[in-house]
Design a protein around this ligand. Structure first.
Ligand SMILES: *[C@@H]1O[C@H](CO)[C@@H](O)[C@H](O)[C@H]1NC(C)=O
Ligand SMILES: *[C@@H]1O[C@H](CO)[C@@H](O)[C@H](O)[C@H]1NC(C)=O
Ligand SMILES: [Zn+2]
Length: 591
């Protein structure tokens, strides 16, 4: 109606010659009476005519709008507004994967397998849109704010684990799905307590509170247990600080608490194999296969007897959840994250990156295969929380104008990640403190496949072993002419993919990341707001007393002014050599 009224107002106002008529015009449009009498000759007639024309137009506009809206609804949102019947929703997150990660990986894959230029990755064939990723605190988001947009459907600040800028919790799609009778799962290759998985079933003010997140994930929080299946790394946050392999700051035994709450627990490859690809699973299930992160795929593939892969864990989860919901009238919600694409970006390591993306593509293909065979109505949506590394499939190496080239060969020649090579180098140095030049030369040839290393490259590695991770990665990046603009994240828009473009029609085109969250809850038809309400009401019962007797929120401390919350502390904390980069005042040297 407002739209229809506007032309009338514009046309009429140009003919108005005094203030009184302006007041009349206003009254005509707002329906408010004015105080004026009958003095204006002929006004009543024009008023009557105006009202008549106005109502005629308004009626026409309403009818047209109604028809158009009805039509849009029918065309673009088949069955999404009123979900009925059993449904499964699989949400895949490629952490830190921007569009260039795909150009790089696709090219690498073609080179490695002798495929034509036209050969695509599986995921390429399912592109439907793009997501804009900013958080409330920055154009450049971190994974916490990014995943909060997906889980809650709200923007928040970098570092927020499903809490809003006012430090109130927001209910998540997973929590709402559980309340509605769905089964739920989280599958990751990083710590299960890291930002992305945490945002689906935990609420803390700072992402660094991973001990607290571990407790919440197993149900020690206002809603009780909401996750039925967890597979990934991060075991160290579940073990008491009195145990080998713990990184908790207290002596709580979260594995024991989980078992008390009914979880079955596996922590090894043989434990994983006993799940028989998901056919032999007792839910709830907690599977923690690494102390911190599961190794990069490029390294893990040689340690297949120790760690399961992303696609194996995804398959197991799909099978277990679908079996567990076989006789239910509700399906499941499963989040699968290719977590360490992001880490490869942070470390500017193109070798680790392409292998992570290929493994994600494999998991993506497995999900599609599952959906083809499974009779339950379902959709898979895949997107990234942000881009990492400011990756470019190009690099200017000299001051002269560059050739237009990118070489996959150096990536194909390397057989280990820079992270792994650095760890092995540090281990070597610990037992061989003498001149490691020969060791370095042999590693560079054997593991990186580089036969033209310069004297300065070798001597830098010898003199600054604390920067080995960065130096190894850079040797490959320069030879392949891969560019990086940051060791952090960037604000690039990221891609959205779906198993079925019609079922995910709402996500076609360019969207805010929160609209991905909106889609998830709408697809399952679940009530996230009532979960928010419950969290707020019951949350106060979970507040604790601090050392000084002060009240501490169950969501933990709020960051102090200027405290860094973008998650880079975890890289320093976990990736061994990164924390040794603080030389001469620079956080990460050698770049
Ligand atoms: C382990 O945790 C307890 C608190 O639960 C603490 O008092 C103790 O200092 C911790 N020990 C270590 C070695 O961190
Ligand atoms: C890859 O390794 C081979 C030896 O296995 C070597 O001849 C070749 O030059 C290397 N390629 C690149 C691009 O470094
Ligand atoms: Zn990151």
């Amino acid at each position: 109606m407002t739209l229809g009224a506007e032309p009338l107002l514009n046309r009429a106002s140009s003919e108005i010659s005094n203030d009184r008529d302006l007041a009349e015009e206003d009254a005509l449009l707002t329906g408010e009476r004015t105080n004026r009498g009958e003095s204006h000759r002929g006004w009543k007639f024009w008023q009557g005519l105006g009202l008549f024309v106005y109502s005629l137009l308004a009626t026409a506009v309403i009818i047209i709008l109604a028809v158009v809206l009805q039509r849009q609804r029918n065309v673009s949102t088949p069955g999404d507004s009123h979900p009925s019947g059993k449904r499964n929703l699989i949400f895949m997150v490629s952490d830190g994967m921007g569009p260039t990660s795909l150009s790089l990986t696709r090219s690498f894959n073609q080179f490695q397998n002798g495929l034509s230029w036209g050969n695509q990755l599986v995921i390429d064939q399912h592109l439907i849109g793009q997501s804009r990723t900013r958080s409330t605190s920055s154009l450049i988001t971190d994974s916490a704010a990014g995943a909060t947009a997906f889980s809650c459907g709200f923007k928040s600040y970098n570092g927020a684990i499903s809490v809003l800028p006012d430090h109130e919790p927001c209910g998540t799609i997973l929590e709402a799905a559980k309340k509605a009778g769905y089964m739920t799962g989280l599958v990751v290759t990083t710590r299960i307590t890291d930002a992305t998985p945490a945002c689906f079933a935990a609420h803390v003010n700072m992402r660094s509170e991973e001990d607290r997140i571990a407790e919440q994930l197993i149900g020690d929080y206002p809603l009780g247990r909401v996750v039925d299946l967890m597979l990934g790394g991060g075991r160290c946050h579940f073990l008491p600080n009195t145990t080998q392999g713990s990184c908790r700051s207290d002596s709580k035994d979260i594995v024991a608490l989980a078992k008390n709450r009914g979880f079955s627990y596996v922590d090894s490859r043989s434990g994983f194999d006993s799940l028989k690809s998901g056919t032999s699973v007792n839910l709830p299930l907690l599977g923690l296969f690494a102390e911190t992160d599961i190794p990069y795929e490029v390294d893990r593939r040689n340690e297949n007897d120790i760690y399961p892969s992303l696609h194996e864990m995804a398959e197991t989860a799909l099978k277990a959840l679908s079996k567990a919901t076989e006789t239910s009238d509700k399906g499941f919600f499963l989040m699968i994250e290719g977590s360490r694409i992001d880490h490869a970006g942070h470390q500017n390591d193109p070798v680790a990156q392409v292998h992570e993306v290929l493994e994600y593509d494999k998991a993506f293909a497995n999900v599609l295969q599952f959906l083809e065979r499974d009779p339950v109505e379902a959709v898979m949506v895949s997107t990234s929380d942000h881009e990492t590394g400011g990756l470019a499939a190009a690099r200017q190496l000299h001051t002269s104008y560059p050739d237009y080239v990118w070489y996959p060969g150096p990536l194909a020649n390397a057989s280990k990640s820079a992270e792994r090579l650095a760890v092995e180098y540090h281990r070597y140095l610990a037992s061989n403190p003498s001149d490691p030049a020969d060791y370095i030369i042999s590693v560079v040839q054997h593991d990186l496949g580089i036969y033209d290393a310069s004297d300065s490259e070798i001597s830098d590695l010898v003199s600054t072993p604390e920067s080995a991770n960065v130096l190894f990665a850079d040797m490959i990046s320069r030879r392949s002419q891969t560019g990086w603009s940051t060791h952090g994240h960037s604000a690039a828009d990221v891609n959205i993919y779906a198993s079925d473009p019609h079922a995910a029609a709402l996500l076609q085109g360019n969207h805010e990341n929160t609209e991905v969250g909106d889609f998830l809850r709408e697809y399952l038809g679940v009530d996230v707001d009532s979960v928010t309400k419950e969290l707020k009401e019951k949350g106060v019962l979970f507040d604790t007393l601090g050392e000084g007797g002060e009240r501490v929120s169950w969501m933990g401390r709020v960051a102090s002014e200027g405290e860094r919350l973008d998650g880079q502390d975890h890289i320093a904390h976990y990736a061994g050599d990164h924390k040794m980069h603080k030389r001469g005042g620079c956080e990460i040297c050698g770049v």
